[in-house]
Design a protein around this ligand. Structure first.
Ligand code: SF4
Length: 89
């Protein structure tokens, strides 16, 4: 069952405190955290856990690097605004 490891605790490098596995497996819009393999590989059979409970697409989506950072999005918008302004002048 998917809740099997939910109560195990680990120190989260992102938060700096302890979190339960439940948090790690649901952090990413109900999908696992991108770092779940790195963080949990020595504690549980994380590869097996992922393939048993998630589809290939879900795993791929969960583990993929973030598409664009907020900063990149803002910079893109600034560039677009600049171009529009230049075209008008
Ligand atoms: S898997 Fe993600 S949320 Fe869980 S401990 Fe690692 S970095 Fe933190």
């Amino acid at each position: 069952m998917i809740e099997e490891y939910d109560d195990l605790l680990i120190r989260c490098p992102m938060l700096g405190g302890e979190v339960p596995f439940r948090y790690c497996r649901t952090l990413n819009e109900e999908l696992p955290c991108r770092k779940i393999i790195i963080c949990w590989e020595f504690r549980i059979e994380i590869g097996k856990f992922l393939t048993e409970h998630y589809s290939f697409d879900q795993i791929q989506k969960a583990l993929a690097p973030p598409s664009k950072t907020r900063l990149e999005t803002i910079l893109e918008l600034v560039e677009k605004a600049k171009k529009i302004k230049e075209e008008r002048e």
